[in-house]
Design a protein around this ligand. Sequence first.
Ligand SMILES: [Zn+2]
Length: 316
Amino acid sequence: MSAPYRKGLHHLGHGCHAWLLPDGSWGWSNSGLITGSGASLMVDTLFDLALTREMLDGIRTVTDAHPVRTVVNTHSDGDHVFGNEVLAAYDVEIVASEPAAALMTQEAVDSLAALKRLQGPTGDFARHIFGPFTFDGITATGPDRTFTGVESLDVGGREVRLIQVGPAHTPGDTLVHVPDARLLYAGDILFVGGTPIAWAGPLDRWIAALDRILDMDVATIVPGHGPVSGKDEVHAMREYLVFVESEARKRYEDGLGVDEAIASIDLGAYRDLPEHGRLAQNVLNVYQQLDPSMDRPDRLTVLSRIAALEGFATSA
Ligand SMILES: [Zn+2]
């Protein structure tokens, strides 16, 4: 079941819905809604309070009869959890994997807010990509309950399965599977129409998570960013990760430093993907797996490398 890539609520059949936020670039994430009899489960909240409130208004046609009783965060990134505070005001239980929960801190909120106030090109880049979002005033709201492995939830009489596949994109990635709808909410295990970014990795584990999806009996896949998709898009993203893994490994084995490796990889057609500068983090990730003693730069340093690769720092 496909849906036009338009902001707002999309009915995907079998009581499953997506709230899409084009264009899927930094912070423009998707949310999901699964309804059973008299109850709904929300998959992820949005990047700030206003966006999340707007979504709650927009899904009222569904939630009036089937109120949200459960929220599942697919992972710890702010664009999937910063709106939790809004949902916590209702009678809901928030659920996340244990490693994701550990990262859903006030510091995570405050550091993004601080990033937007930073002087210099990295601050300029942060204001460019995060400009539309408001982080000030957000109170970090973690889950009421955590899980590890696989967990089955009952949503108004139907089964929803949470499948922990991280670390991959982040330490605590979770897939949300609705077996009777043959539908999967992939969170940021799937990026469509943009470049994936491996904050945690290793890439092998992410590739394994994609293989797991390919083995599942699902017809419709809602990615964390991008339009409603299917297995073709999973194959396409898998190819990108395999490409980066092999190009980076080759350069590591040839003795190139990580910056040389990043600069020398010819992305070919992947250069046309938005956020292609995320290559910097993805190569870094491969190097860190091959040499665990390597220094791990913080997200700020990574962001400045991404900005440079996309020509932002030099043109700002
Ligand atoms: Zn993410």
